[in-house]
Design a protein around this ligand. Sequence first.
Ligand code: C2E
Ligand code: MG
Ligand code: MG
Ligand code: MG
Length: 282
Amino acid sequence: DAKSGGRGKLRFFDPKMQEAVAQRLLLQQDISRGLDHGEFIAYFQPQFDYQGHITGAEALARWQHPEQGLLAPGAFIEVAEQAGLMNRIDREVLHHACSYMAAWAELSAATSFTLSVNISAARLYQPEFIDDVLAIFRQTGVDPARIKLEITESMLLNDMPMAIGRMQILKQHGVRFAIDDFGTGYSSLLYLQQLPLDQLKIDQSFVRALPDNNSLNIIKAIIALAHSLKLEVIAEGVETEAQRQLLYQHGCEHYQGYLLARPKPADQLEARLQQQLCTRVS
Ligand code: C2E
Ligand code: MG
Ligand code: MG
Ligand code: MG
């Protein structure tokens, strides 16, 4: 450290810090290489109603790393964001999600299933965002009404009028919108009313803290707010039956979490949907 470096001597370059900077640069180059090689894909985590039927799924980015295996966003998202590479990852995930959704058109209509896709702030404000999303819809042949885009409250702060405008254009094409991690940002209730929203997602931190009274009160307030704005509510990070019951008792309609299903590859989700369709028809 600085003290052991000698009396009165200041060290400006900490070797540990230098090492970290080098690591980040390597990771950044590796993400870029991975994007060029189509290594970023979508996993799908099913969403359920109280009866246990799948009503939708969330597409979540995964990196099929040639040496390190399957990596979740925790391993790359921060560096990707700082390097301006999140746009490309979002694009890949949306493309994958829409391709599968187009292939599942009949299945999804029969089960009234929708697919949620996360978008980053950088992507929402990109000038080519709208054209790009519409091009992906055309290329894949997906029905835009089956796609729900997830944004966060903090993303809206950059330029609220622009965000609203962009959401409204996509809404005209049938796209749905959800606010992700709801309750953790700074949302203005006034703007909430002006956004073309369909769903609020209760952040997993509140669900995890249940049955803590403060968290329960926040959850109750979010559900009441959603219902008064005529929005659907989904709780994420549901890990126990006790959490699911408490959420249900307070009017939450949809559930996503390890208790019900982990994120899984497309073929496994498809198999579950087929199974659900069969048991419903028979
Ligand atoms: P998120 O959008 O809030 O997604 C939910 C995260 O919680 C996912 O983590 C999911 O695997 C995890 N999760 C689901 N159920 C449970 C549970 O019961 N317990 C716990 N502890 N966790 C649960 P994941 O896949 O690691 O993604 C983390 C975050 O990365 C996402 O949070 C989202 O903010 C971001 N992300 C993921 N994919 C994309 C993408 O394609 N684009 C963008 N922009 N962001 C993405
Ligand atoms: Mg999400
Ligand atoms: Mg979330
Ligand atoms: Mg989150």
